[in-house]
Design a protein around this ligand. Sequence first.
Ligand code: NAD
Length: 284
Amino acid sequence: MIKHLAIIGVGLIGGSLALALKKAGLVEQVTGYSRSQAAREEALALGIIDNTAESLAEAVSDADMVFVAVPMGAMQTVFEQIAPHLKPQTIVTDGGSAKQQVIDAARQALGNKFDQFVPGHPIAGTEKSGPSAAFSELYQQHRVVLTPVAETNKSALVRVRQMWQQAGADVFEMEVEHHDVVLAATSHLPHVLAFNLVGMLAQREDCDEVLRYAAGGFRDFSRIASSDAVMWRDICLGNRSAILELLQQYRSGLDKIEQAIRQDDGDYLIDIFGRAKRARDTRF
Ligand code: NAD
C-alpha cells in the first residue's frame, strides 16, 4: 500500500499508473502535478488524482512515492525542483523511454538523494496523450523494465517493483545500456520510420488523394506517427547514439533493397522478405 503517491506529469503514462493503483485499492492518496493547469484540472475531473498541487514542491513534499512521467527533456528540471522538497524516505521513480539520459539527469539534480531514485520504463503505451488517454488496464500483462545502478537503494527497488506488479505489470531488470539499445530497435527506430513516411507523404500535393487509398497495412504501420511530437523529439535526442547506429544499419539495408530493385534481383528480395516473414511469424 502506498500512502501518498505524487504523479508528476498526469498524462497517459502517469495517469494510467494512478488509475491502476486506485482501482486495486493500493494507494491512499494521489496528488497530481502537470505543467498545464488544464491538464491538472482534467486529471482531477476524471478521478485520476485526488488533489492537484500548484507547484512541484507542494506535489512532492508529503509524498512517499513520486512517479515522474513528463517528456524526457523536462526530467532534469523536474528533478532539480523536487530535490530540496523530498523527505529522506521518499522514493522517486520515472517512466522515461530511454534510461541513460534520465539517470544522468537524476544523478546531477538529486545529488545525495540519488540513491532514492529507481529508473524505470513501462513498455506499454498508445499513440494518444494527456489525462484523457489514461486507463487503468494499460499495464496489465505488459512489461516494465527497471534499470537500477550501483547507488540505487535496494529497498526502494523492491518497493517500485511491487508497485508495478500491483498495477498488473511483469517487471524485469536490465542494464541501462542494454535497455537503450533494445528499445532503440523495437520502439524508437520504428517511430522514426513511421514519422518519416507519413511526413514525406504529407508533403505531397496529392496527399489526400494518395491516402484515400490507404488500407490496413498503411494504417497499422502509420498508427505510431500519431504520437506526440515533443515526446518523440526528446526520445530521439535522449537516446541519440543507439538510434543513430540503428539508422545507419537501416539505411544500408534500404540501399541494398534499392539496388536489388534497380537490378531486377528478385532472389535478393525473396531472401530478405522471406527472412523477415519467418522472423516475425515465429515470434508474434
Ligand atoms: P503525456 O503527454 O500523455 O503526458 C505528459 C504530461 O507531462 C502532461 O500532462 C504534461 O502536461 C506534463 N508535462 C510536460 N512538461 C512538463 C513539465 N516541464 N513539468 C511538469 N509537467 C509537465 O505523455 P506520456 O505518453 O504520458 O509520456 C510521459 C513519459 O513516459 C515520457 O517520458 C515518455 O517518454 C514515457 N513513455 C511514454 C510511452 C507512450 O507510449 N506514450 C510509453 C512508455 C514511456
